[in-house]
Design a binder for this molecule. Structure first.
Ligand code: PLP
Length: 410
């Protein structure tokens, strides 16, 4: 290959890396710099709104910084943190067959490490559609093929297991399950999780179970089940961290828990060991926050869930009152995935909404999702009720204007 003598050319691996959740803010910031009021409903960071990192985490990190915990930590993680994660997974989530656990810079880094340890260029991994875009980006960087399995909007956004099976061939290595789901807010019943486990076992797939919203169950009649608790023989990595339920996305602490039959996973675990050592360690002082957070009874959670539930219900009421908009009730997390009839160019629809009304939402296609005859957008219902009401009044005006103007602008 010949490189230009005039320019520094970026790698091919970066050509397809996109993260729609943040890319929409480029136009938003431009509008703000022109003096426009902008309402951000795009980012899943509670600290942008009226939430703050839990006190236990702040105190523990300050203690750690003052008590000489500022050097490199063990690569897998600080022993106190690892022990607390393993204990919590065993006692609260009923996960029995834990082989190992590692911490990283957010669940994001743990996911990156877990996928990197598994796939070779040309292998394929099953991702949900819609999906959380981190998975897409990591797999593209690794030269892996992405095969999307369908989340069925006609069945509460549950995975379509028959279609999932039809995607599998000799190069399929893993399946990603996000439960509770981002962007749909769905929580999967045990029967569906058992179905995925059956498929994974039949085809020797590693299951990546992303449970970062596991504590944020908003509907009292719903119950989150950790997939790893359902089967001792399936090979799995479960992800969680401090970003969502403990309100600390900026402290960058997450973890991966490897479960399954030890002999079958030995080489894979060794590969994870190489990768965690190669990047030294996760943020050291904040690893000391893990144990007090997990063992402190999480006193902030009931009020937080109550607040999120009220905000979700307001959003659902607003959506129901706007012609052409609909949404399946998000049972967990803090996202709503909203259907807009007729807006097939969802990215164009979202750009026009932002330009005309100053409301920032993320197009469904940014999550790898398209549906015939409709577009989707994702919002976070983390903002205050006043902000959400204002944003949805503007969305209602926009829908009204575009409908009377003969369709969605592109
Ligand atoms: N997984 C899912 C499903 C997410 O929604 C997010 C963040 O929004 C992450 C992982 C990343 O979490 P972290 O901040 O711990 O890297």
């Amino acid at each position: 290959m010949m490189y230009s003598m005039d320019y520094i050319t970026p790698s091919h691996a970066t050509e397809k890396i996109r993260y729609a959740i943040r890319e929409v803010t480029v136009l938003a910031r431009k509008l703000e710099s022109e003096g426009r009021r902008v309402l951000y409903l795009n980012i899943g960071d509670p600290n942008v709104y009226d939430f703050d990192l839990v006190e236990e985490a702040k105190e523990a990190a300050i203690w750690a910084i003052r008590n000489h915990k500022n050097g490199y930590a063990a690569s897998e993680g600080v022993a106190e943190a690892i022990e607390a994660i393993v204990r919590d997974a065993g006692e609260r989530l009923h996960i029995r067959n834990i082989l190992g656990c590692y911490t990283g810079h957010g669940a994001s880094e743990c996911i990156d490490i877990a996928l990197t340890a598994l796939v070779n260029p040309g292998d394929n991994v099953l991702l949900p559609s819609p999906t959380y875009p981190l998975y897409t980006n990591v797999l593209k960087r690794l030269g892996a093929e992405i095969r999307y399995y369908r989340l069925d909007s006609g069945h509460g956004w549950e995975p379509d297991l028959e279609q999932m099976k039809s995607l599998i061939d000799g190069r399929t290595r893993g399946v990603v399950v996000i439960n509770p789901n981002n962007p749909t807010g769905a929580i999967y019943p045990e029967s569906v999780l058992r179905g995925i486990i059956g498929i994974a076992k039949a085809h020797n797939l590693l299951v990546f179970s992303d449970e970062i919203y596991e504590r944020l169950v908003l509907s009292p009649e719903k119950h989150h089940v950790s997939m790893a608790a359902l089967d001792d023989e399936v090979c799995m990595v479960t992800f969680d961290g401090m970003s969502k339920a403990f309100l600390g996305p900026g402290i960058r602490i997450g973890w991966g828990i490897v479960t399954g039959p030890g002999a079958r996973l030995a080489a894979y675990r060794e590969a994870i060991g190489h990768l965690v050592r190669a990047r030294l360690c996760a943020n050291h002082p904040f690893q000391w926050a893990v144990r007090p957070c997990l063992e402190g009874g999480q006193p902030h959670l009931p009020a937080m869930i109550d607040k999120l539930r009220r905000r979700r219900d307001l959003v659902l009421q607003k959506i129901a009152s706007i012609p052409g908009l609909s949404c399946i009730v998000p049972e967990g997390s803090f996202y709503a995935f909203v259907r807009v009839e007729g807006a097939e160019d969802d990215a164009g629809w979202c750009r026009a909404l932002l330009a005309s009304k100053g409301v920032v939402v993320v197009p469904g296609s940014g999550f790898g999702y398209r549906e015939l005859g409709a577009g989707y957008f994702r919002i976070v219902f983390l903002p205050t009720e006043d902000t959400l009401a204002e944003a949805f009044d503007k969305i209602a005006e926009f829908v009204e204007e575009t409908r009377s103007g003969g369709g969605a602008p592109c």
